[in-house]
Design a protein. Structure first.
Length: 271
């Protein structure tokens, strides 16, 4: 008997080629045509087309009717590490974000806390015609300079808030400066709780042309994440964005919270 039975099996070429297509689409900003994917992967156009049709049947890619390009679908998130720990995001939030996009048009993100930053877990940037960024999933956002970060701090439990602020205050950089100004930060967080939303209007120098408003998504006393809408700042003021988008954001957050609360599987996992 062979000591390493794995060596007795040949590589499945179709699977290897399919994974190569998924990896190529993941690296691209937006979609790509069959011809472009053929060039990038070195695969024949017929082979690329056949593989894409199979991936589309399985729900991993979709073809755009407007330009015949292919794009990744949200189902590819099931392949990522740790997906099951936040399955509610894909199973519950993603479809609701897709519905929200139809109403607000501008892209939206669902972000959750990762130690000292907010991380984009789900987004409609890839599907919004007004998006200025495509590959947003996994991007880390500073807590004190973004609407989602400030919304999280404002609405999370007090003990958790104090721990996060203490961690941020221990760092000497511009992104955490506000954590070392307790009076100013406390006043800001009180205002956010009073208004029911957080805002960012060109406050983050890495994204100085954008603006956003954000609200929390909660389960009992816990903030599971924050939902935002992002837009080009010159398009409208915060007050105009609140008037146009806040009701839709709130309805979506309520729908997510209700679905989590009524599903024992997700409700137990999120506690």
């Amino acid at each position: 008997m062979a000591s390493d039975q794995g060596s007795d099996y040949k590589t499945v070429r179709g699977l290897t080629r399919g994974l190569a297509l998924l990896n190529t689409l993941n690296r691209l900003d937006g979609g790509a045509s069959t011809g472009r994917l053929s060039e990038l992967t070195g695969l024949h156009r017929t082979t690329v087309r056949r593989l894409l049709e199979t991936l589309q049947d399985e729900g991993y890619v979709r073809r755009s009717e407007s330009d015949d390009s292919y794009r990744l679908c949200l189902k590819v998130r099931e392949l990522s590490e740790g997906f099951r720990d936040e399955q509610w995001i894909s199973a519950i939030a993603a479809p609701l974000l897709a519905e929200l996009l139809q109403e607000v048009v501008w892209p939206t993100d669902l972000c959750s806390l990762d130690v000292d930053a907010m991380v984009v877990r789900e987004t409609t940037h890839r599907f919004s015609r007004l998006s200025f960024h495509r590959n947003m999933v996994g991007r880390r956002l500073p807590l004190l300079l973004t609407a989602t970060g400030l919304a999280y701090l404002a609405f999370c439990p007090e003990v958790e808030r104090e721990q996060i602020i203490a961690l941020l205050a221990s760092r000497n950089d511009e992104e955490t400066r506000l954590a070392r100004e307790p009076v100013a930060l406390d006043n800001l967080l009180r205002k956010i709780r009073h208004n029911g939303y957080a805002e960012n209007f060109m406050n983050w120098n890495r994204e100085e042309k954008i603006a956003a408003i954000a609200i929390p998504v909660r389960h009992k006393e816990q903030v599971l994440g924050c939902l935002n809408v992002v837009y080009v700042a010159k398009a409208m003021t915060i007050a105009q964005a609140v008037q146009r988008f806040l009701p839709a954001l709130q309805r979506t957050a309520v729908s997510i919270e209700a679905a989590i609360g009524s599903n024992d599987q997700f409700s137990t996992r999120s506690q």
